[in-house]
Design a protein around this ligand. Sequence first.
Ligand code: ACO
Length: 161
Amino acid sequence: INIRQARPEDMLGMQACNLQNLPENYTMRMYSYHILTWPQLSFVAEDAKGRVVGYILAKMEEDDEQEPHTAFAPYGHVTSISVLRPYRRLGLAKTLMLQSQYAMATAYRAAFCSLHVRKSNRAALGLYRDTLGFEVHKVEAGYYADGEDALAMRLTLSPRD
Ligand code: ACO
């Protein structure tokens, strides 16, 4: 399995992988917005035939919760990550996250990385909290379309990450 930056021609494969793995789905416009605006932040895992078996879709945002007088504080946000079932527990999601976090810190000087996760998502919580060191920033009640709460999580990035 090879991990590399996502390109516009990967969008259909990323969308197919997302549709199989998650109820949160996105338009092609959303994929292209991420990949064309922040080309360093999204990655795919591909098999020997070049098929997308996992992806991370990520972007940059600006911190609107900071005090108005504090400096511009860009941060990275993981919109979506998933890995096809037969390829799970091989470390692919961890590598996809670390690659994106590194690019957030180095290419865009992100202060931290943020994401939302369902509070019932044990696998993803294991990855974020236990493997990568994310912490719960706040709980967003009823965040998902079916009413489930989201944990808004954050990981501080150092410029050397
Ligand atoms: N149960 C408990 N811990 C887990 C699990 C699990 N099922 N899966 C991964 N972890 C933790 C473990 O600590 C694991 O390390 P270990 O295997 O050495 O014990 C560590 O995370 C790294 O696991 P990876 O192999 O890198 O994870 P994987 O490639 O299997 O992908 C993912 C994890 C993305 C959560 C996968 O299960 C998946 O695609 N799930 C469905 C989609 C999903 O829930 N995506 C996240 C939604 S939130 C968002 O997109 C921001």
